[in-house]
Design a protein around this ligand. Structure first.
Ligand code: SAH
Length: 346
């Protein structure tokens, strides 16, 4: 017993009161502080990225002039000449059991061990419970890419959550489930030329780089392009397949004429029609995967292009999720508006 405002109260009630006060303090003060600190971190991160873009643009202006293509939207890095054999490396990976995979990873890779178990569990779940990653090549490619490299620092803790996450500039890293499904649908063969529209975080292309040596990816948002380009460079020493991804800052609606045709095309921004230039750049017998539909909801479509003996082009479509909708960020043009099949009248 102790005395409190002249009244005798039990130690127990004092403890309850003090913890109540502490909890109140925690939620009333610390939580808002923590939340605002987090949003401040987001702001700071955006600023840093914007700053690096400004520096890059200033450097290009000084070195190549303001009239150079590099200063504007079209900017390419073509490290594909390095030709690292990602699929060859992937083939040697053991996926028999979790233990054999873990020991292969420890012997061959420098991934941070804290994420390995989580990555295995996510992949195992897809293989067992859905139609994804059934092909060993796709499973290996998925298991070889540390998602933690591509999820931005503000989302630490969610690296292996089955959800999409913001990566700045209004863009997102696609949820692992959809990435796995789109990759599976592409059915990439070693040597296939694959074009991705919407590099974003760089995660999807990193996976593709373990399926073929010919990966091409296009991003339209300049600071995001620069950030991901830098990320690939930073990791290239220990993850050489990133170094073989050909990347370009441009409007992906028009594809990449210089390297067309492509065996496979993957579009990771939403659109209500199949962009005709992309369809043209798809090889006969090729596969395109894209989120098709209006901005509110899309369906992941597998589009196959066949050319008949008489020369007519036949396009077939399959909804890979059988009616389940997804939501991707819009396929936009340089001015920032979404591409639409039917333009509204002025
Ligand atoms: N594949 C990405 C997903 C990124 S979200 C990943 O693995 O993280 C979609 C991306 O498409 C965004 O980064 C967006 O900027 C980009 N995008 C939108 N319109 C585009 C266009 N016309 N050309 C190229 N990229 C585009």
């Amino acid at each position: 017993m102790s005395s409190f405002f002249g009244r005798r109260v039990s130690v127990f009630s004092v403890v309850i009161m003090v913890s109540g006060l502490m909890l109140g303090f925690l939620f009333g003060l610390f939580l808002p502080l923590a939340v605002s600190a987090k949003s401040e971190r987001v702001a700071a991160y955006e600023e840093v990225a914007a700053q690096s873009a400004v520096e890059e643009v200033t450097k290009i202006a000084a070195e190549k002039g303001k009239d150079s293509p590099e200063y504007g939207l079209a900017y390419e890095t073509l490290p594909g000449s390095k030709k690292y054999n990602g699929p060859g490396f992937a083939q040697s990976m053991s996926v028999e059991t979790r233990e054999s995979w873990l020991s292969w990873m420890q012997a061959n890779r420098s991934d941070s061990p804290e994420f390995l178990e989580k990555r295995w569990e996510l992949a195992e779940n897809f293989v067992k419970n859905s139609k994804e990653l059934k092909r060993t090549e796709d499973l290996r490619a998925f298991l070889l890419v540390p998602r933690e490299h591509f999820v931005r620092a503000v989302n630490r803790g969610f690296e292996y959550a089955d959800t999409w996450l913001p990566i700045g500039y209004g863009a997102t890293i696609t949820d692992p489930d959809v990435v796995a499904m789109m990759t599976t649908t592409l059915n990439v063969q070693p040597g296939d030329k694959v074009l991705e529209i919407g590099t974003g975080s760089g995660y999807q292309s990193a996976i593709l780089s373990y399926l073929t040596t010919e990966v091409y990816t296009i991003e339209i948002i300049k600071p995001l392009f620069i950030e991901t380009d830098q990320l690939y460079r930073d990791f290239e020493k220990s993850f050489p397949s990133y170094g073989s991804i050909n990347r370009k800052l441009d409007d992906g609606y028009y594809g990449w004429e210089k390297y067309a045709p492509f065996d496979k095309i993957i579009v990771t921004c939403s659109i209500d029609h199949i962009p005709p230039p992309l369809l043209r750049q798809l090889k006969p017998g090729g596969i395109m995967v894209l989120p098709l539909g209006p901005p509110s909801r899309q369906y992941i479509m597998e589009v196959k292009k066949e050319v008949t003996e008489t020369g007519s082009i036949v396009i077939s479509r399959r909804d890979v999720y059988n009616g389940m909708g997804v939501k991707f960020i819009p396929f936009r043009n340089e001015a920032g508006s979404s591409y639409r099949a039917v333009q509204e009248e002025e």
